[in-house]
Design a protein around this ligand. Structure first.
Ligand code: GDP
Length: 479
């Protein structure tokens, strides 16, 4: 936040000319109508003997209200894992999800009709597992780019007759960048050409070593077609959840994330909330992103009306004043006026800012943050024209890591820079380095909007040189 020279002079009770003189003393040339950054204002105010109170902005105050209190360790109880299915196209993600969802039809109580609300709850041996209905690492990372991480575990589907393919590698890297553990489903084992061991070997090249080979990645052979191994997969997910010790307070006012939103002809704006903590009840007042409302009805994934929903549960909510967006936060507040006021001021901010949520990072920003000692890692997404150069570049830049800064290559792949690459970069504060490749139009648009830095090179040496300079604090500004 900035302050004008004359306003600061007013607040300090000194003449503006006096202030300007002092500023010159500090090497800052400023006129009365010029804005000073916060840092300079604090220094000068201190020079005049004033004490500077750090006052939270309205936005900061609102965020504190929305965040709510931390939960004490004693208040936490076990919650089910939330799972996203990822993998290469045609390896069976959709079939696997369908097959898993089918397991509950036999177990479900009468009257329940399976409904698409964005996520499905599977019960297995008295334990629950929640699956997000939209498969793919693109969906996963675009949520993350919006600031929401709801997934606890990724199921990586690899077809046993096809093995590790480019999008398998992408999925692995997207999950790793998010620190989400991977459980592998080796699918299509019913096919004559299936070779699960070949999949295990290929995955070991990407750091996923099967448990039965002494590693710590659970790999389960399955067939989405015949249903073989599906129960083992559910068992493995529960095991993985136990390792993660997933817990939440289910007694407090609810918080969660919007995972789907649509305008329904008969019912108006409806959205699915995935509860992260607390208990969501009919009648609760909420803020979701820049909209608000009161819960009129809750509908579960079986199409049944319910009175409440606890941690990890997806539930369709009726009662929004307007349509929220997927990725928005969802927070219960005690007071409807407060909810409206926060939603309104968020709306105002969105309207004012031509570029909301600018959260990307550029190589120059990185440099600044490096000086501020705020970062210790430079994250990169690398795309190149051929596999060899992607690998060479990834290896060379990784070697640039020094004691202070680590260069971390989140993903190195072949082909033009896509929307998914930009999402990954945005979600992980990474810079995209292209070598001999173009940028897809949509990707460029999003990168510009979200301020994700894309740097293109024709010579590997130039790329390495730039990154090296950035690390050593010598990078020339980009024009
Ligand atoms: P996605 O693109 O990863 O969602 O893959 P799909 O679920 O659409 O499956 C792609 C194709 O593989 C479809 O023709 C499926 O019927 C087939 N498929 C999926 N799982 C299996 C399986 O376990 N065995 C066999 N034989 N085919 C499968």
């Amino acid at each position: 936040s900035a302050i004008m020279v004359k306003d600061l002079a007013d607040q300090l009770g000194v003449k503006a000319t006096e202030l300007i003189k002092r500023l010159i003393g500090l090497g800052v040339m400023a006129g009365v109508n010029q804005e000073l950054d916060r840092e300079t204002a604090v220094i000068i105010a201190t020079e005049f003997g004033a004490t500077v109170e750090e006052r939270a902005t309205q936005e900061e105050q609102e965020e504190i209200i929305l965040q709510g209190e931390d939960d004490s360790p004693e208040s936490l109880t076990e919650r089910p894992p939330v799972v996203t299915v990822m993998g290469h196209v045609d390896h069976g993600k959709t079939s696997l999800l369908d097959r898993i969802r089918a397991t509950r039809v036999t177990q479900s109580e009468a009257g329940g009709i399976t409904q698409h609300i964005g996520a499905s709850v599977i019960e297995w041996n008295d334990r629950k597992v929640v699956f997000l209905d939209t498969p793919g690492h693109e969906a996963f990372t675009s949520m993350r780019a919006r600031g929401a991480q709801v997934t606890d575990v990724a199921v990586l589907v690899v077809a046993a007759n096809d093995g590790v393919m480019p999008q398998t590698v992408e999925a692995i890297n997207h999950a790793k960048a998010a620190n989400v553990p991977i459980v592998v489903a080796i699918n299509k084992i019913d096919l004559p050409g299936a070779n699960p061991d070949k999949v295990r070997t290929e995955l070991s090249n990407y750091g996923l070593i099967a448990e039965e080979w002494g590693g710590d990645t659970i790999m389960v052979p399955v067939s989405a077609r015949t249903g073989e191994g599906i129960e083992n997969l559910l068992e493995a997910l529960i095991l993985q959840a136990d390792v993660l010790e997933l817990k939440a307070n289910s007694q407090r006012a609810a918080q969660g994330t919007i995972i789907e939103a649509k305008l329904d002809k008969g019912r108006g704006p409806v959205a699915t909330v995935l509860v992260s903590r607390g208990m969501l009840n009919v009648g609760d007042v909420f803020v979701a992103g820049a909209v608000y409302g009161r819960v009129r009805a809750l509908i579960n994934d079986r199409g049944q009306r319910v009175k409440s929903a606890g941690p990890s549960m997806p539930v369709e909510v009726l009662g929004f004043n307007q349509l929220p967006e997927a990725g928005d936060d969802f927070v219960i507040l005690a007071d409807e006026r407060q909810a409206k006021s926060i939603a309104d001021s968020r709306q105002d901010r969105i309207r004012r800012q031509s570029e909301p949520n600018a959260r990307g990072v550029s190589l120059d920003d990185f440099l600044q943050r490096l000086k501020d000692e705020a970062v210790k890692e430079l994250n990169l997404v690398i795309k190149a024209d051929v596999h060899g150069s992607a690998e060479a570049l990834a290896q060379s830049v990784s070697k640039l890591s020094n004691d202070e800064v680590r260069v971390r290559v989140l993903h190195a792949g072949v082909g033009s820079i896509t929307e998914t690459d930009v999402m990954l970069a945005q979600a992980s504060n990474a810079i995209i380095v292209g070598f001999g490749v173009g940028v897809e139009n949509k990707a460029r648009q999003i990168a510009e909007k979200e301020h994700v830095d894309i740097r293109s090179y024709r010579v590997i040496y130039d790329a390495i040189d730039d990154i090296n300079k950035a690390l050593r604090g010598m990078l020339e500004p980009k024009f």
